[in-house]
Design a protein around this ligand. Sequence first.
Ligand code: SAM
Length: 235
Amino acid sequence: MVRYRSADGKGVLLVGDSRSLPTIPNRSVAVILTSPLYWIRGRGRQSVSRYAKRLALEYGREWRRVLSSDGDLWIVIGDRHDGREWAGMDGLVADWFRRTGWSLQAKGLWAEHPSRARWDDRVNYLLRFKKAGRRSLPPKTTLCWRLPIPWSPRGSLWDATPPPVVRALLALSAEGTVLDPFFGSGIVGVVAARMGRPWIGVERDLSQVRVAARRLRLTRVRPEQTRSPRTSVPR
Ligand SMILES: C[S@@+](CC[C@H](N)C(=O)[O-])C[C@H]1O[C@@H](n2cnc3c(N)ncnc32)[C@H](O)[C@@H]1O
């Protein structure tokens, strides 16, 4: 995978498809915090359920491999309305992750206010999973925010999770490397870097890679540097 890194060596951006992350060692990541792309073919609950199944099976498998035994997976995801009713995205995602070896340990939300959307995305659910059999203490405060959509850098295609939300979720989570497998323009990397935490982003859209690299002042790693152990992914 082509990679970029930050000047302090604590941040790495991998360019490619996050369904396969061969350069990230087993159990080397402490937290996965991500807001997946959810463009769903078709309307209605069946389509949303198919989407949730793919997320759990195609991505969740690799997330389980790279996440430490007591690590945290945070999925930030909105709901879908098909003109008749809400699909219940959070429940469907939780259900599919449960079936594939995860357990839901905390729920919260951040709501966009003012909201630009008529149906979708007003409320974004925050789902905290652990590997099945692991527990986390409930957070001391309710995970609930009402915030405007945050500023995004020029060229960014997506709305980002607001930095106060990202910061709070990381502060609640296990210490160690933070991974965002749907990096977009990189808000998770920005907040992790501010908190002094090592981070890894994965993004397949080259336009978003360019935006994130500019924003985080990343430099591209030449292939011969990639082979050196000193430039391996931070643990
Ligand atoms: C909703 S956006 C993430 C927004 C992000 N939080 C931000 O700050 O911009 C989802 C991102 O995931 C990327 N993506 C979708 N499927 C992917 C895949 N299989 N591998 C890597 N990136 C993927 C998309 O290109 C998109 O940039």
